[in-house]
Design a protein around this ligand. Structure first.
Ligand code: THU
Length: 137
């Protein structure tokens, strides 16, 4: 299914709006994500930091875990917005890969402009995926 430019921009907008709810007292680097499932549902996420720094959770994973916890595991596209158009961390790429290498990934910046479009496959070449755990694979 093709995803229109307008749909992509609206996911960037949702991710950018979500950033206002980021809990970032330590880094002051708000990240927002907006994930659309193949059923058309949209889940947003923000980074949630913690005084015990390693317990911080990234925006992308919050969005993905919200979706999975609501019974959705088939994803179409995820938009990630940061001040400077930053790209998803390695941990988030691995979590994305669990649910499909063909998921489209958009990066947006603080002005709400889409700066890059890619896929999980491109972001995580030669990914370790659930298929590797199937016997004889
Ligand atoms: N962060 C994300 O939310 N997603 C990423 O993919 C990269 C990093 C957050 C974690 C932390 O709250 C802040 O950005 C700075 O690392």
């Amino acid at each position: 299914m093709t995803i229109t430019k307008t749909e992509k921009q609206s996911l960037i907008d949702l991710a950018n709006e979500a950033r206002r709810r980021a809990y970032v007292p330590y880094s002051n680097y708000p990240v927002g994500a907006a994930l659309r499932t193949k059923t058309g549902r949209i889940f947003t996420g923000v980074n949630v930091e913690n005084a015990a720094y390693p317990q911080t959770m990234c925006a992308e994973r919050v969005a993905i875990f919200k979706a999975v916890s609501e019974g959705e595991t088939d994803f179409e596209i995820i938009a990630v917005v940061t001040n400077n158009g930053g790209s998803p961390c390695g941990g988030c790429r691995q979590v994305m890969a669990e649910f499909g290498l063909d998921v489209v990934v958009l990066f947006g910046n603080g002005e709400g402009k889409m700066v890059h479009e890619t896929t999980v496959r491109e972001l995580l070449p030669e990914a370790f995926t659930p298929e590797h755990l199937v016997p004889d694979n």
